[in-house]
Design a protein around this ligand. Structure first.
Ligand code: FBP
Length: 549
């Protein structure tokens, strides 16, 4: 592998860790916990792993060597910067506990556990991947672990390698599966512990005890750099409106954070659209009005940030997508027979309710086709493949044409679509993510050594310097509630959407009207790894504002 000078320099970076993880660790157990909702039901479904206490680590004084154990690690779902450092921290943590400990990586995500595809992770391998982006050390996948046969196959494969603990690095769905697996193995007395690690650039796996999912920090810094570059171009050429769709399957955290960092003219927040029950036409009118006002000031350019998940938050579209999910799942065979998208659309439209059918028929055919694409293994619409930014450009253009005729718009409008997602998911982790992930991996090794299962590694107090961070473990059941999935009520980790009464959104609302009409762009530039702490060690604005309270 040919390494860039930055990669070589980053290999030498020593991640910072909380004080409690720097030497031996003392475990402090808090009070017993309850799930965030549906306590009775969750308790009944997780008799062995419900109600466990939150664990906090403190510096300890024992110097004994722990017993030998083997661990398996899995990367699950979408890539997020810092995944390699979780493995690096886990590896170093295990070797510190006992040099005889072994770490196996299951290949290609959870499917690797079931299919017994693995490698042993060695010191040379880890050295190669220190502080790098990507998940390529062992690969990732979206296989959903949910069936007893899969759990049993996994158990059989773990036994072959003498593995007594699994670390699952994933988002809310993967950590939900980790909790189910932990309970299953505990019920069976299988002797396999399961520990989760909070990953996702989307930033929607967070709560009172998990302050942030890893990867968000780096991804938003990369996107903000790119948005800043585009804004500088827009402000130089003064001829385009840039519509930039940003990843984040459901929650708009990425869009909100990028708005706070770059001060665009418009940023749409899906959670607000849903709360105000806005229609697609309302969103288009809002954008077109700002375009017209800026044109009246002689500014025929601007930036619009669009969250990837927007379509699912517009009530009529949400209803349409829910109906489509059922129709596509229930008529797979019939639908597969159609050769053209037109036939497929006609068939589907005939099965929709009258209101949804009207919405569906009103959409441009390319967009309607995108709504019919296959769902992911967790049943989610693949919003990354839906070109909302292009749809909005077309609709705003049409609206402005009408406004021109009515004398309400006197200017030019030329839209440029962009989609930033994959550009940020494998970036070199920021110092924050490099430190946070290494600490999370280390934390997981301590939880395993303590015999814990059904816990998620947690590192808190994240706006303070790393040595003041608080490491420990949180029972996954504490984050769960019951939600409808594929027509059935299931225990799942509650997704954290943007809170409309939260500080980050409030700060955005305070400023957005000013940003809309005046050009007040901020150009954040690239992530800095070396230099003064004020440039290299800052957290996201989301975290900073959330912790203001
Ligand atoms: P996770 O929830 O697995 O972390 O993935 C999030 C995400 O990056 C979303 O932002 C995006 O919609 C999706 O993955 C894209 O998935 P894929 O990699 O399968 O195209």
């Amino acid at each position: 592998m040919i390494k860039s000078p930055l990669q070589i320099a980053r290999e030498g970076y020593v991640p910072k860790m909380p004080k409690s993880l720097q030497g031996t660790v003392k475990i402090v157990e808090g009070d017993n916990t309850e799930s965030v909702a549906d306590q009775g039901k969750i308790k009944e479904m997780f008799p062995n792993t419900y109600g466990m206490p939150v664990i906090t680590f403190e510096p300890g004084d024992s110097h004994g060597v722990s017993k030998v154990f083997n661990v398996g690690v899995i990367l699950s779902g979408g890539q997020a910067p810092g995944g390699h450092n979780v493995i690096y921290g886990l590896f170093d943590g295990l070797k510190k506990l006992n040099p005889e400990n072994k770490l196996y990586g299951f290949l290609g995500g959870p499917g690797g556990l079931v299919d017994n595809q693995y490698i042993e992770i060695t010191v040379d391998m880890v050295a190669h991947y220190r502080n790098t982006g990507g998940f390529d050390i062992i690969g990732s996948g979206r296989t959903k672990l949910e069936k007893a046969e899969q759990f049993d196959k996994g158990l059989e494969n773990c036994k072959k390698l003498n593995i007594s603990a699994l670390v699952i690095i994933g988002g809310d769905d993967s950590n939900t599966n980790a909790a189910v697996l932990a309970e299953y193995y505990a019920q069976k007395g299988a002797g396999i512990q399961v520990i989760g690690v909070p990953k996702t650039i989307d930033g929607d796996l967070k709560n009172e005890v998990i302050e942030a999912s890893f990867g968000f920090d780096t991804a938003v810094k990369v996107y903000s750099e790119l948005i800043g570059n585009i804004q500088r171009d827009a402000n130089s050429a003064k001829k385009y409106w840039h519509f930039i769709k940003l990843m984040g399957r459901s929650a708009s955290h990425i869009c909100l954070e990028c708005a706070l960092q770059t001060q665009p003219n418009i940023a749409i927040i899906s959670e607000e659209v849903e709360a105000k029950k806005l229609t697609l036409d309302d969103v288009v009118t809002y954008i077109a009005d700002i375009v017209a006002k800026r044109a009246a000031n002689g500014e025929n350019f601007g930036t619009v940030l669009v969250p990837e998940g927007l379509v699912e938050f517009i009530p009529a579209m949400k209803k349409l997508i829910a109906e489509l999910n059922d129709i596509l799942a229930g008529n797979e065979e019939d639908i597969s027979k159609f050769e053209s998208n037109k036939e497929k659309r006609q068939f589907v439209a005939g099965k929709l309710s009258p209101e949804s059918s009207e919405v569906f028929r009103s959409l441009p055919s390319s967009f309607a086709n995108q709504l019919m694409l296959d769902r992911d293994p967790h049943g989610n619409v693949q919003v990354s493949m839906i070109e909302t930014e292009k749809l909005l450009i077309d609709m705003v253009k049409a609206k402005l044409k009408k406004m021109k005729k009515e004398g309400k718009f006197k200017g030019k409008f030329s839209g440029q679509p962009h989609f930033f997602g994959y550009e940020g998911r494998c970036a070199s982790p920021s110092n924050f993510d490099a430190d946070y992930c290494y600490s999370l991996g280390n934390t997981a090794s301590v939880l395993i050594n303590e015999g814990k299962t059904g816990y998620m590694a947690s590192v808190r107090n994240l706006t303070s310097p790393a040595d003041e961070w608080i490491a420990g473990g949180v029972p996954v059941t504490m984050m769960m509630n019951m939600e409808k999935r594929h027509g059935e009520m299931k225990p799942v980790i509650q997704k954290a959407l943007v809170e409309l009464d939260g500080e980050p959104f409030r700060k955005f609302v305070e400023k957005r009207d000013e940003w809309a009409l005046n050009t007040m762009y901020v150009y954040p530039g690239p992530i800095q790894y070396f230099g003064p702490s004020i440039v290299c060690d800052n957290t996201t604005k989301t975290l900073e504002f959330e912790q203001l309270k």
